[in-house]
Design a protein around this ligand. Structure first.
Ligand code: FES
Length: 209
């Protein structure tokens, strides 16, 4: 199965916040004092991206979505573009149904991120970071430290962290996603939060009275 850089796409001719987005936006904008609504630009861009996922199955931020954010927050469009293109979490073009984000920073690399990447490639047909599988189901992206090094290596799928991954666990996870299942996120070895492998080693007994 050959992977692609994603199908050719067109920018939508318009974007309007739907009822769910309007409700979310109202809650967020109300957090800021009058005249400071521009501070809501990042959550507002997330709202656009989530609405695109609901509407099209692909989480991305089109130009008209950025323009809608600018109009709503009283910002020139260029200031919204600057923010959206600076932060890696906003997708500037359509992506696959599932966004596989492989952390390859040193702690994850030392703990096997190369094997995680190879398993993603094997299971999806994707050859390089930034590509989308030919079936449009997966996009694979390389990301820097996700702040969960203690349970490295990490594979982030959309907003969920799958931790303590290895090749077999990646293959099983992607197969489950293809079947329409969504396995619970967290440690794949069952460790409790960020406790040591094998369970807690300290504070095992209540102090004597
Ligand atoms: S290095 Fe991967 S989560 Fe920190």
């Amino acid at each position: 199965m050959a992977a692609t850089n994603g199908p050719a796409f067109e920018q939508p001719a318009s974007f309007a916040f739907d009822a769910d987005s309007e409700a979310e936006l109202a809650t967020i904008v109300a957090r800021y004092p009058a005249g400071k609504q521009a501070s809501a630009v990042i959550p507002a861009l997330y709202i656009v991206q989530k609405q695109m996922k609901r509407d099209t199955g692909s989480a991305w931020v089109p130009l008209k979505g950025m323009d809608a954010v600018g109009a709503r927050l009283g910002m020139p469009p260029i200031r919204v573009y600057e923010v959206a293109t600076f932060y890696f979490m906003f997708n500037m073009k359509p992506i696959g149904k599932f966004h596989l984000q492989v952390c390859t920073t040193t702690p994850c690399w030392l703990r096997g991120s190369d094997a995680v990447t190879a398993a993603c490639q094997h299971a999806t047909g994707i050859k390089n970071f930034g590509e989308t599988s030919a079936d449009g189901i997966f996009t694979m992206t390389e990301v820097e430290c996700l702040g969960a090094c203690v349970n490295a290596p990490i594979l982030q799928v959309d907003d969920d962290f799958y931790e303590d991954m290895d090749a077999g666990k990646v293959e099983a996870l992607l197969a489950a996603l293809r079947r329409g299942e969504r396995p619970p996120a967290g440690s794949m070895t069952g460790r409790q939060t960020s406790a040591p492998e094998g369970g807690p080693t300290t504070l095992l007994f209540a102090p004597e009275a």
